[in-house]
Ligand binder design. Structure first.
Ligand code: PFF
Length: 455
């Protein structure tokens, strides 16, 4: 079967950045920053991106680009007859899981964009009112499912158009749109009277706040945010041109992802400070975006209702765009796997993945209402999916990817791939190998053990 490639360098970068930039940047990053002490957390996070994120991203890129196959076959090609293929299969499985619950939250962003566009938040003043809107909606047996299906179908629509005409073309439209919205929101937010203490929170590090747990949270966030550990970037790299400079692309994607996360922080904390909202720890949980923020926006721009309206509407539109480019990348991991391994037409395998994700997603969506009592270890279905995927599957996948490229992969093949056959300089090569062999796997092991309370 003829394999498609991304048609341009910029298209490839934007697609990979689109996978990385998502709810993780705009929803999860500010939560983690708020809970873990602000500026000091950000510095640790940047350290994690450099030590952990960049080496694994380069590894995924080189495995995918070298083998030009889906993530499961990639390992089979590089390590035939060995159990390494399970690293790829774990990635496909993780992609399927994450898409199912991620699309539930993505669906909520559609509802909230519509609420914001319909000016439904105007006149609401107390936290309880916002809480009621969220609880009524998320526990409803119909609407969260409708939006979940709409979101997965939107993703499906892009995927079936293929790599260049679907993923690449839409990334080229959506990513600049996302950047413009983020930039406008940052400028509005930091220029509001009273925003200063929010800015300070993000810029003045208090190192006494940095504990072992903060470092571990920063590592987990780096993984999630960069889409590492499940073969997503490996799959995208299989569509890269042979001339793509992998180190440069890694740097570009990491910079874009970190920049957008930081900018999300500069939207949320200054707005909260300006609203004199005094974000309490319980406001900076998963409900930050759906309960706290609409309230913050109304307070911050209370004097000019039109501004509150535009700001809220743009913010939820931003979330939709960011989530969509990420769900596309998760869907692609599974679609390319099924179509190449089982010799199915792309449209057929996309349809299977879409159907399976909707079915699983319905259970996740209902776990906020009708199925709220279905619990294991006090976790709902949604919590179990989120916990298993981000705290177990992604770090385990990432650790094995580092071990694979650091210890198993032929050194010459590795060098050839990152230097594009000797045409690009790679003075960092020895350091990279050292980091992949020792530093990255050990750090990740620390995250996993900490998740089990063993560290
Ligand atoms: N990086 C995405 C985000 O920050 O929202 C989430 C994600 C996408 C995780 C793709 C894993 C993945 F493979």
């Amino acid at each position: 079967m003829e394999r498609e490639n991304f048609g341009s360098k910029i298209g490839a970068i934007l697609a990979a950045a689109g996978s990385a930039v998502g709810l993780g940047n705009i929803w999860r990053f500010p939560i983690e920053t708020g809970r873990n002490g602000g500026a000091a957390f950000i510095l640790v996070y940047i350290g994690c991106i450099i030590l952990l994120g960049m080496p694994i991203m380069m590894s995924e890129f080189l495995i995918g680009r070298h083998t030009q196959s889906n993530t499961a076959r990639a390992y089979q090609k590089l390590a035939p007859g060995t159990p390494w293929k399970w690293v790829g299969r774990l990635g496909v499985f993780t992609g399927f899981f994450i898409l199912s619950y991620y699309a539930v939250v993505a669906g909520w962003t559609v509802e909230y964009a519509l609420l914001a566009l319909g000016n439904q938040f105007q006149g609401m003043t107390t936290k309880e009112e916002y809480e009621r809107v969220f609880t009524d909606f998320s526990s409803d047996p119909v609407w969260p499912i409708v939006w979940l299906i709409v979101f997965i179908l939107l993703t499906h629509f892009v995927i079936v158009r293929g790599v260049a005409r679907g993923i690449e073309r839409w990334s080229k439209v959506l990513m600049p749109l996302l950047f413009i919205i983020v930039a406008v929101l940052v400028v509005c937010s930091v220029s509001m009277p009273g925003a200063g203490s929010g800015v300070e929170f993000l810029l003045r590090p208090d190192f006494s706040k940095v504990t072992g747990k903060v470092v571990l949270n920063a590592m987990g966030q780096a993984f999630y945010s960069l889409s590492l550990g499940m073969g997503c970037l490996c799959t995208y790299a299989s569509y890269f041109d042979r001339k793509t400079n992998l180190a440069k692309t890694t740097l570009q994607v990491c910079i874009i992802d970190t920049l957008i996360a930081l900018m999300a922080g500069f939207i949320i904390f200054p707005a909260a400070a300006a609203a004199n909202y005094g974000l309490a720890p319980q406001d900076i949980g998963p409900n930050l975006i759906f309960i706290t923020l609409p309230n913050v926006f109304q307070h911050a721009f209370g004097a000019v209702p039109a501004l509150a309206y535009v700001f809220s509407a743009m913010f939820y539109l931003l979330l939709i765009v960011a989530a969509l480019t990420s769900t596309i990348s998760m869907h692609e991991v599974v679609t390319s796997y099924m179509s190449e391994e089982f010799n199915l037409k792309r449209s057929r395998s996309a349809l299977i993945e879409t159907t399976l994700s909707i079915v699983l997603g319905i259970f996740c969506a209902l776990s906020f209402g009708k199925l709220a009592d279905w619990r294991l270890l006090d976790m709902t279905i949604f919590d179990i999916f989120d916990w298993t995927a981000s705290n177990i599957c992604l770090p385990v996948g990432g650790m094995f990817i580092a071990l694979f490229t650091g210890w198993y992969l032929d050194r010459q093949l590795f060098r050839d791939e990152i230097t594009n056959g000797g045409t690009v300089r790679a003075p960092y090569f020895k350091v990279l190998i050292f980091v992949l062999r020792y530093i990255t796997p050990l750090l990740i092991l620390a995250i996993i053990l900490s998740n089990f309370g063993l560290f």
